[in-house]
Design a protein around this ligand. Structure first.
Ligand SMILES: Cc1cc2nc3c(=O)[nH]c(=O)nc-3n(C[C@H](O)[C@H](O)[C@H](O)COP(=O)(O)O)c2cc1C
Ligand code: SF4
Length: 507
């Protein structure tokens, strides 16, 4: 018998296959699946990659791409007669400004240069090293048993790398302890926080580490089904996963592997929105509790991890939790930091968790120009002034600064950047990506962006009179992390760069 909701789960895939939402397509899918046409419209229109059929070039307008001239590129392409659309981020901040071609296949880069820490076998992920595909850690996990594996994850004090830094072992124990035996492991490969492009590199360089980590997790929590939800624009990355699955099929065939495509909605990186999306619905975050460990995909216990978290697991099993913990400077383990903006060699660097900005930028080729600010972990982390360059870049210290490490998508800004404009760019992002479910987030993101625009356009500081109150309402009245932090770029910029928000002449 077919599972409840099985037909609904197909509709996004069918919309993608048929080229997007049109009257004919929706009618056909409705007849095939039995899902009402109105539902299919409502779902499809939520996702940018299926909502508007037709060819167009997508131009990235994440912070790093904007710094490197994506606005000018957009105008140039349009003047040349190209149909264009801005997109929030293409995960290519190290090669800004980036565009995605009309067939959603090929990402075109502004520059080719990229940085990766050189080959070092002492690093858990060692992105610059040879491909690790022995699956010996999975074999060891099977020998030692679930309890021993979970004990090593606990000893490693592995914190989730998706943004919140939540201790992994608590989730593993949470899923393992459920009575329900139908369980899922989901890999969150939606990587859409502007500034972040580390999961991309793991998938392209060490795909087997990811698969092995997920298989170990599934073995430990006694789940049979492993799902990978990958952002829609990552076409080469998806192919790499498929190739790796094929190559490793004999070693991991006791699990069922399914890849789900994202469809161009940033909010689907939030774990419950991601699950809704996998279930064929609009990607709107659920109220928590219950948490996915108890009530996740298809209402069953679900362990969800970011790509990087999963990729840490094989080394922990192989060399022990204590070894991993001791690699960190201020917090356990190494971290993949993504560095872009005004540095000489943007890229992904695996370093001890807790390095400072200067240590990180030294590896990234040094500052490009005179740095004035940095955004440590995507728009959600706001801005910090360069005077805070000594703060360890970890979860705890940045949180004490009123910022966050998030997914470690660090962007450096030099003195050529107008901080009010940079703030407006970040607010643009939140307004576009709010799912619209909660009034404070839906209205607040639009209000703040408009006020900053009118401040920049009119030069009137009174435009920002209510910004703080609105930010407070958003933090208090939003269901998910997006609305809670969407005012951060403005709050932090007004705090640290008041001169950018004083009276200014008309532009
Ligand atoms: C607005 C929003 C966007 C998010 N986007 C991502 C994402 O793109 N990738 C990711 O792994 N986690 C993302 N997260 C965090 C996930 O909700 C979840 O905490 C994470 O996948 C859990 O994995 P971890 O324990 O390995 O960190 C996002 C959270 C929020 C609130
Ligand atoms: S806070 Fe914003 S993004 Fe999150 S659920 Fe509410 S409306 Fe959607």
């Amino acid at each position: 018998m077919q599972k409840k909701g099985a037909q609904r789960e197909r509709i996004l895939h069918l919309l993608e296959e048929e080229g997007g939402v049109t009257e004919d397509v929706v009618r056909r899918i409705s007849l095939e699946t039995g899902v009402p046409e109105a539902d299919i419209w409502g779902t499809g229109l939520f996702y940018t990659l299926v909502s508007k059929p037709g060819k167009r070039v997508r131009v990235c307008d994440g912070l790093s791409c904007r710094i490197k001239g994506s606005d000018e590129l957009f105008s140039k392409l349009r003047d040349a007669g190209k149909e264009c659309e801005p997109v929030s981020c293409l995960g290519q901040c190290d090669r800004a400004p980036a565009t995605l071609d009309e067939d959603l296949e090929q990402v075109c880069y502004g520059v080719e240069a990229r940085g990766i820490v050189p080959d070092d076998p002492e690093l858990p992920m060692n992105l610059g090293g040879p491909v690790r595909d022995s699956y010996s850690s999975l074999a060891k996990a099977r020998e030692t048993g679930s309890d021993a594996v979970i004990a090593e994850i606990e000893a490693a004090k592995l914190q989730g790398r998706g943004g919140a830094g939540f201790p992994a072992h608590i989730k593993w124990k949470g899923v393992r302890g459920q009575k329900e035996t139908e369980r899922y492991v989901i890999c969150n490969a939606d990587e859409a926080e502007p500034g972040t492009f580390k999961d991309r590199e793991i998938i392209l360089r060490q795909p087997h580490l990811l698969l092995e980590g997920l298989a170990i997790a599934a073995y430990a929590v006694e789940a049979k089904d492993i799902c990978i939800y990958i952002r829609g624009e990552f076409t080469s990355e998806r192919r790499m996963i498929e190739k790796a699955l094929e190559a490793a099929s004999e070693k991991i065939s006791d699990f069922t592997w399914t890849i789900y495509n994202g469809h161009g909605a940033y909010i689907c990186g939030e774990e419950t929105a991601l699950i809704e999306s996998m279930e064929g619905k609009r990607g709107m975050p659920r109220l928590k509790p219950p948490y996915p460990t108890e009530y996740g995909f298809r209402g069953k216990p679900t362990l969800m991890h970011n790509v990087e978290t999963a990729a840490c697991v094989p080394a922990i099993v192989e060399r022990g939790g204590e070894w991993f913990k001791d690699l960190g400077k201020t917090e356990p383990g190494t971290k993949l930091y993504c560095v872009s903006g005004h540095v000489n060699k943007p890229g992904v660097f695996e370093l001890p968790l807790g390095v400072t900005l200067d240590e990180l930028v030294e590896v990234a080729g040094g500052y490009d120009g005179e740095p004035v600010a940095f955004s440590p972990g995507g728009p959600s982390s706001g801005f910090l002034p360069i005077s805070r360059r000594d703060v360890p870049l970890d979860f705890g210290h940045l949180s004490k600064e009123g910022s966050m490490l998030g997914s470690a998508g660090l962007v450096v800004l030099n003195d050529s950047v107008d901080m009010a404009k940079a703030t407006g760019w970040q607010l643009d992002f939140f307004e576009r990506e709010s799912c619209g479910q909660c009034a404070p987030c839906r209205i607040g993101t639009r209000y703040l962006r408009r006020q900053v625009d009118s401040f920049i356009g009119e030069g009137d500081p009174d435009a920002l009179e209510f910004a703080e109150d609105v930010g407070w309402e958003m933090e208090e009245g939003s269901i998910c992390g997006l609305g809670m932090v969407a005012a951060k770029p403005l709050e932090s910029a007004m705090k640290y760069f008041p001169e950018a928000f004083g009276s200014r002449s008309k532009q």
